[in-house]
Design a protein around this ligand. Sequence first.
Ligand code: GLU
Length: 304
Amino acid sequence: MIDYKGVLNTIYQEIIQETDKGEIASYIPELANVDKNTFGIHLQLVSGDAFSVGDSEKKFSIQSISKVLTLALALSHVGSEIWNRIDVEPSGNPFNHLALLEMEKGIPRNPLINSGAIVIADILLSVLEHPKEDFLDFVRELTGDYSIDYNYTVADSEMQTGFNNFAAANLLKSFDNLHNDVSDVLDFYFHQCSLEMSCAQLTRAFYTFADQGNNIKGKTRLKKSQIKRINAIMLTCGFYDEAGEFAFEVGLPGKSGVGGGIVALLPNEFVISVWAPGLNERGNSKLGMEALEKFTTLTNQSIF
Ligand code: GLU
């Protein structure tokens, strides 16, 4: 049996001594107020045990990590029809890149870059009766935690400043790949990004992807084949133009957000979430990536 508690403590002691903690995302004004020194990890084993260290119970803005959850909900409603409107190739470009979208005639490279997630938001707007409430219910049910909520100030902050996302949505609309009103779709998208969770909650939300579609309470909403595909997309597209580096250094499917969170998993074994708000130049948590590299090296647990 691996000494997970010891491994997490070792990582914590090493990481908190790092002086270069990266840069907080300030392009969403509300995110700029976070303390760069926060650092937490939560690990949930599929066999039942859980371990944590540092600020693992403090809530943060999950931002792009929410794109995996909206993809899961859309897949559970419309199945593989999604792939008529979005591709599944790594973008090799930043999360908000627009030129590729224009060159590829409004078909986003994958559902985990902004343009792809905006199309998923559009799909959800078409199939859900009360999109924001229904998505929140889905996340709460997955996690078994009804305290999870949007941060309306963060959502509003992005609605005021998210010009690049308005550009992406308008471009999608011009290619007829957005069926609802641009501002309705973005209102939903900014709310999904504003969801707040702690590392412990995030780990539980993603448990379903590690346990073949069973959530932490044993309920099943997604098919095994859908879980397989979502994990494949996380591995190849979860870290924007740093997906190759994350697979190389860490070797797990995962997803990052500009709030500084990362969640990663080893199918049938565990889910792990890390939060360190300072980002590297590619927009991924600098210390979070380092911590996960140490974790898979020290435990010898990765998909490779
Ligand atoms: N809400 C952010 C945006 O659309 C999400 C980006 C991210 O977390 O990578 O710009």
